[in-house]
Each structure stands twice: as C-alpha cells, then as structure tokens.
Design a protein around this ligand. Structure first.
Ligand SMILES: [Zn+2]
Ligand SMILES: [Zn+2]
Length: 204
C-alpha cells in the first residue's frame, strides 16, 4: 500500500475539522452533510460513499472518515446498533438494532440485592434479578396470565423488562412474623420500581 499522500492527509484534516453532520439511517448507513450542504450516503462497513471524491477517485473520502470518527467517538451508533434513550433517566444510548424499547442504561438497570420501592404499594422490595424478558412474555404461573396483563401492572409498558423481586420485606419483623409471612418472589415490570428517593413526583 502506498504511503499516505498529501491529498489523503488533507482529507483526514477536513474530516476532523470541517463542520459536518452525520446521521445514522440504519443498516450500517449514514448520511453525511458537509459544509457545502451536500449530503452523501456512506456505507461504513463496505467502505463506500456516494460522493464524487470516492466514486471517481476511489479514495477514502472525508465523509467516510468522519462517519468512522463519530462511531468511534460514540456520537452516532455503530453499524448494527441504533440510538435510543434510557426509559428511566432519558440518557441517550446505543443498543443492538434489534433490541426493542424500552431499554435501560447501565446505571438504571437494577442489580441483585438492591432495595427498591414498589410504586404500587410504596413498600420496599429487594431485587432478585433483572431478567432479559418482556412483561408481555412472562407468565405468572399461579395466575395463567402474563406480568403485563396482571391487574396492577396494566398501566406499565407491556414491553417493559421484567425484574424479579422479593416482597414483603419488613426489617423490623421478628423471626416468627417472617416465618408466618415469608417474602415471596414476584415478577414486576421495571417501570413499577424506583430507587428510594428517585422519581417520586412522576408517578405514572
Ligand atoms: Zn464521500
Ligand atoms: Zn438510565
């Protein structure tokens, strides 16, 4: 492969410094609009761009370079990913192109052993696990209907992630009281749970 030419160095500089807007359009394609206002479609993995510089000279043009830079910087989703926002805090994130909303960022994914508040009963529960399943796909065995269909969950997103919790938790209860009413495992939609002190004003 030939050494990098002056023209290549200039393309790299323009890719970095020019005002360009990169928009992911899905399936690994990006629309890159340059300072002139012209928009070209870049197919990143194939290394193709619709601009004349690439079409006629076959070079790695500034659009291709810029799209790759923005993917590396995380400002646009990589091929195979899409942009969305966390259903709990609204933070922008990139997820697998096939992953359905709602999704949660790492911070808003509840961890095993965490104490959280059930919005319906305003009581403390402990997280057993955040499952990878949707509320409308998990059946409650004793009921014969899904978590999403359960009467107290109907105003939550049926596609929400299911979190298994233990309830009730009364840390002041005696051993006899706990034995009489042992905590049981329940499956709740993630939206039904909040961390203590979080989101009390925006009840659904
Ligand atoms: Zn180009
Ligand atoms: Zn979040």
């Amino acid at each position: 492969m030939a050494a990098e030419s002056d023209a290549d160095r200039a393309r790299a500089r323009r890719a970095r410094d020019e005002r360009m807007r990169v928009e992911a359009t899905g399936s690994g394609r990006y629309e890159v609009t340059g300072e002139s206002g012209a928009t070209y479609e870049v197919a990143l993995e194939a290394g193709r761009c619709a601009c004349p510089d690439h079409q006629f000279r076959g070079v790695r043009c500034k659009h291709l370079r810029r799209a790759a830079m923005e993917v590396t910087a995380g400002t646009v989703p990589a091929p195979g990913e899409r942009a969305t926002s966390c259903a709990n805090c609204g933070e922008r994130l990139h997820v697998d192109e096939d992953a359905a909303d709602p999704v949660y960022c790492g911070d808003c994914t509840l961890d095993a052993g965490e104490f959280v508040v059930d919005r319906e009963t305003d009581t403390l529960v402990v997280v057993v696990e955040t499952t990878g399943e949707r509320a409308d796909e998990v059946e409650i065995p004793s009921r014969g209907w899904t978590v999403a269909e359960h009467y107290s969950n109907r105003h939550y997103d049926p596609g929400d992630v299911v979190v298994d919790v233990l309830y009730p938790l009364d840390r002041d209860a005696s051993a006899a009281q706990v034995a009489a009413r042992p905590p049981q495992r329940y499956a709740f939609p993630r939206g039904r749970l909040r961390r203590p002190g979080e989101g009390e004003a925006d009840e659904p």
